[in-house]
Every structure is written in C-alpha cells, then in structure tokens.
Design a protein around this ligand. Structure first.
Ligand SMILES: [Zn+2]
Length: 333
C-alpha cells in the first residue's frame, strides 16, 4: 500500500492562507526518462503502457490504466463506475526491443541529482529493481523513482546528470510480462525522515530494506501533468504546481514537536511560523489525528481515498490505517 498524495495536500491546505514565497527559481528543466515522447503529442496509447483488466468477466487492455491517479480496479457503485486503486506514477511504454522481444529502452535521470537508493533484489519491493534519485530544487529535496528495471548502471551516492543513463527498462514485477515491459516513473515528496522507526513499529514482520526511500514514505505527484505544464510555463516551481491540486479531505494533526514535512518542505508552513509566530492553529487539540473536512460525494469514501477515510456522507472518518499513516507525519510524537 502506498500513502495517499492527498495527505500532502491536506498538509498544504493547513497553510492555504499563506502567500507562497518562492525562493530563487532556476526552473525544473525535466527531461523524459526514455526515448518515448508521445506524451507531448497527446498520444496516450503510444505513451502509456496498457494494463490487463478483468472487470465483471470482461477482459480489456486499457492504456488509461498506465496514467497517474485513480485509474485501476473499477468498482460498480450507485454513482457509476469508480476506479478505486491509485497509481502513483506513470507507466511509459517500451519502444525498443531486440529480436527476442526483450526491452532495450535506455532509462535516464529526469534531472540532475544524486542517487539516493538502488534496489537490485527484485523480491524486496513491488517496484522490483528500482532506483531513486534525489533532486534539490529551491531548497527542498524531491525524488524521482524508476521501477521495474532489468539492469541498473548507478550506485547509491553517485551524482547523476540530467539525461544520464541509469539503467535499462525491464519487466521485473508481479503481473508484468515481456509484452507489458515499461518504466514506472514517479516524482515524489518525502513524508518523514523518521520513517524507519515508524515502519518498524507497525510492520515488524516485513522488514524494510529501503530505509527512508521505501515507496510508503514517498508521495508521488502528477508527473505527466507536470511535464505538460512545464512546457507552457518553464519557470513553474513545485509549490506553484501543487497549489492547484484540489483538496479532497483534510486532517487535523495533534500538536507535535516533530512535523518533519515542515522542515523538508518549508513552503507548506503557514506564514506565521516563518515569521516567528505560532502555527498551532493548524493542529487539533486532540491526541489523535482527526478528519476535519471531506468533500461531499455519494460514493463510499474508502473507494476514493485508498482506505484512509471510510464511511458515507455524514459518518466519514479516518480508518485505523489512515490514522496510522498520519502518525508517520509527526513520528515519534
Ligand atoms: Zn506503474
């Protein structure tokens, strides 16, 4: 299970009244990670790798399932079909194959950065063989993640340049066959540097082999939309980009000494904090994280929030799982 991007959005909402102070901006200057650039011509079927769907006995191979967002696991509800599984990155279709059909696409760093993590043992992660690269942009670190690789050409700690080759596309992963070879790309924010202690408390039976670069600690943003937005606005910053995300729900966190996000991404903080004032207004007095807002919808909330919020209108609430994840943000308080 992956954390919900909305968790970031809620934190951002808490500071919605602030005016975003943008630091010196040098532009993100992202490059696509493979030769496949059909995203820019709007050719979805050519850019995204299809998924194999079996819905109510009907088999299909929709390319839309390779997009970012709620694009998987349709469920029939009173409000129509709802896609309940969130895809935190994009699946970029394979372009080059050898005579046996093996994928050959070079995978490249989307921007300058430093290799933060390399996983070479497929069984250790749903991403199978994957690389995480850290990018320092405007004083905050962001992380690009490249999953399902067949081989990896970089080592942790190594600096990488934009468009530098870091590996080769593969199909390492459950449910991925050679035909569906693709690159799973994410661009993420990190939730907490205290992740390992939090993880070890709740998931004792499943050792964490990835330190703070475990996918659960990385919240993917809509990277395809970012690429497209940067085309028309090359000076765009991540805070500006996220400012336009829609808030679906908000959570009030207990007042905490440890709110790592505020150090990792200071632009999420209320202006009051930066001015030396108090930011307690952002936090609930209660000892537990509480749901303070959820957008009205006729659909069961667990379908729309990846089981972080449950219930219907009027009785929406954080699940135990949701509360646990929220505690990560203020761990170890
Ligand atoms: Zn994927």
């Amino acid at each position: 299970m992956r954390l919900l991007f909305a968790a970031i959005v809620f934190a951002y909402y808490l500071s919605a009244s602030m005016s975003v102070q943008t630091a010196q901006n040098h532009g993100l200057d992202l490059v696509l990670p493979t030769d496949n650039d059909a995203l820019f011509s709007g050719d979805g079927p050519a850019f995204y790798q299809y998924i194999e769907r079996d819905y109510q006995g009907v088999k299909s191979t929709p390319w839309e399932g390779g997009q970012y967002g709620f694009v998987r696991d349709p469920k029939d509800t009173a409000a129509g079909v709802v896609y309940t599984r969130f895809h935190e990155g994009i699946d970029i279709r394979c372009l080059h194959r050898d005579a046996n059909g093996e994928p050959l696409d070079e995978v490249r760093a989307v921007a300058d950065g430093k290799v933060a993590h390399v996983n070479v043992v497929p069984g250790y992660s749903n991403y199978r063989k994957y690389v995480v690269i850290e990018h320092p942009w405007d004083g905050s670190n962001y992380y690009s993640l490249y999953g399902h690789l067949s081989s990896i050409a970089v080592k942790p700690g190594e600096p990488v340049r934009r468009a530098q080759r870091i590996g080769v596309m593969g199909y390492t992963g459950t449910g991925i066959n050679r035909e569906r070879a693709h690159l799973h790309l994410e661009l993420c924010l990190m939730f907490s540097r205290q992740f390992e202690a939090w993880y070890d408390t709740f998931f004792r039976n499943d050792p964490n082999r990835h330190g703070i670069y475990n996918g659960m600690n990385l919240a993917g943003l809509d990277v395809a939309r970012l690429y497209l937005t940067l085309r028309s606005n090359p000076a765009l910053t991540i805070p500006e980009f996220l400012n336009h995300e829609e808030t679906f729900y908000k959570v009030a966190l207990p007042k905490a000494r440890h709110f790592d996000l505020s150090q990792l991404y200071p632009w999420m903080l209320p202006a009051a904090k930066r001015n030396g004032g108090s930011w307690e207004v952002s936090f609930a007095a209660s000892a537990q994280p509480e749901l303070s807002f959820v957008r009205k919808t006729p659909t069961e909330y667990s379908y729309l929030t990846r089981d972080i919020v449950a219930g219907h209108q009027g009785n929406a609430h954080l699940t135990n799982y949701g509360a646990q994840l929220m505690r990560l943000l203020i761990w170890p308080d």
